[in-house]
Ligand binder design. Structure first.
Ligand SMILES: [Zn+2]
Length: 175
């Protein structure tokens, strides 16, 4: 199952019905051409500090996921979304609120929501170069420590940090 503008909304609607009681409005969609992150949740704040503009869920099209993994990634991003709308911790990212909700969904529905994921066993899609790992990050979480290298290489680590820096600068500019 490759992420595209058809598979993503369909999985979102299904998960919204089954796990979130239809509480999440349909967000914008984005496709990432990267093996560094499988999923990503983005939003912008406006001047008054409200946080509901340009809410977007992105997934990488470099992998051909099985349905279960696709669903777990989508629900991971939807938990960020839910906590943005209904949570109390502004900077939760993968903090206590995220972990509590992930655990609740895992127990209640038999899901496997995690904050890191070893992507080495996932087959590549036709869009993919060589892949190594996944890290989900919230666009506003400037320095997260959730990534876990599957294959270690100093060059790859450097690329990741450059990507972080770029994302952080982008998030700053957007404010
Ligand atoms: Zn995340």
């Amino acid at each position: 199952m490759i992420a595209d503008l058809n598979t993503m909304p369909h999985m979102f609607w299904r998960c919204n019905r089954e796990f979130f009681d239809h509480k999440l409005p349909t967000p914008k969609w984005g496709i990432m051409h990267t093996y560094r992150n499988l999923g990503r949740f983005e939003y912008l704040r406006n001047e008054k500090g409200k946080k509901r503009r340009h809410i977007k869920i992105l997934m990488s099209d470099y992998f051909d996921f099985d349905e279960e993994t696709f669903m777990n990634i989508m629900v991971h991003e939807m938990i960020h979304y839910y906590l943005l709308l209904f949570g109390t911790d502004d900077k939760c990212d993968h903090g206590a609120d995220f972990k509590a909700m992930a655990q609740e969904k895992n127990q209640k529905y038999g899901l496997n929501i995690t904050t890191t994921f070893d992507a080495s066993s996932i087959p590549e899609s036709s869009f993919a170069p060589k892949r190594t790992w996944w890290r989900c990050f919230n666009a506003r979480a400037k320095y997260s420590t959730t990534y876990r290298p599957v294959a270690s290489s100093s060059r790859l680590v450097k690329l990741i940090h450059e990507a972080d820096h770029h994302a952080a600068k982008k998030a700053e500019k957007a404010e």
